[in-house]
Design a protein around this ligand. Sequence first.
Ligand code: HAM
Length: 433
Amino acid sequence: MITKPKGTYDVLPGETRRWVKLEEVIRKICALSNYEEIRTPIFEQAGTFHRDESDASDMVNKETYDFLDRGGREMTLRPEGTAGVVRAFVENKLYTNNGITKLYYLGPMFRYERQQKGRYRQFSQFGLEAFGSDSPLLDVDIITTAINLLEALGLKGIKVRINTLGDKESRDAYRKVLVDYFTKHKDELCEDCHIRLAKNPLRILDCKVDKDSKALLEAPKISDYLNESSKKHFEMVKKALDNLNISYTVDEKLVRGLDYYSNTVFEIEYTSTDFGAQNVICAGGRYNDLVSDLGGPKTSAVGLAFGMDRLLLALEHEGIEIVKPKRLHAYLITLGENAFLKGVSLVSELRKGGIMVDMDYNQKSLKAQFKEADKNNAKFTLILGDDELTKGLINLKNNDDDSKTTIELEQLYGYLLTHLPSKKCNVCKEGKE
Ligand code: HAM
């Protein structure tokens, strides 16, 4: 038997409905905050992600799926959404509108990581990217949109951690101090941190191996090396979050796993103790140099990405059902050849009128067909035999109260319309469930 690749999983019927609902809620939240959808390729030229020799991130160095296509071109399956969106922003000259461009995306990403609960080799992200302003309040727009999504979904037990990496001047000053400091403490660092020391010393601060070492605990703090404008930027972010009553903690060790960030960075954790290690459901920050690094004009930008797999796991863990059990409006049972044939056109007509209905195509026994109606959780079972058909009648059973009735076939559609509930969805406040 051929099996799925390691680190991937099948989303089976039932589960897919949760994904579709989550996507629906996401789209609604994005529309409310004026983010428009962008769809970029799942693979890009390798240079989109492998931009810089000095990049010390695990994702870029160890985790990408790189391949040569049949034309010998170096390609990479996207490990994240930001770089591809920035590539598209530059290539399609979306910067020419001179205003703020707010984009969102949903879709699969690929990283060659060690599989565990919440960490996969193919996973899905929902991301936001906002271009064209250096205002700290745009950082807050991004964070607020994330919080709005979590509130709409009803997910509690959330912790927002924020930090600043400062602008280039501040980071350069801090980097110098860190290199001096960690060079003196090199013996206390793991091997990966030796590489980080040469490439991106800030990344040592979030090393999972060395996190409790004295060297890390006593390392110099970025807050002591921020210049005035970086300080002001961060203060404004905090003030606006306070005004919005969004609680957060400042975590000076938060530096993020990707190398393109400047100023604000943040992560949102789902804090339930028995959830597992992969509890960061959303992460992001400001990246003011990436657009120019990818050949565009200097453009400030900020963004985030949710791990949708993790978000759904967290909702499940919290016992939050975002979809109701599957329910058909009606299930048609037929008895006899003429009724079977009529049944096909009947369900077709009802479907055109918006009724969710199915029937048995195997002409199973009456008992087996009733079982199918149950399995599909039909509100009404419609029973059409050859005898009823000749009289222009149809039998109905309301499965909620077991009441039975016989009506004229011609009245069926109107009857169903008046007897089916029309409820607003409690998550996206729209439509009929
Ligand atoms: P990231 O922290 O690499 O950031 O990923 C964002 C989120 O994707 C993580 O917090 C996690 O929820 C989810 N995630 C990452 N890797 C996996 C995995 N192997 N399996 C399951 N879920 C995973 C970014 O990707 C940036 N592009 C975010 C961003 C957007 N920054 C600015 N704009």
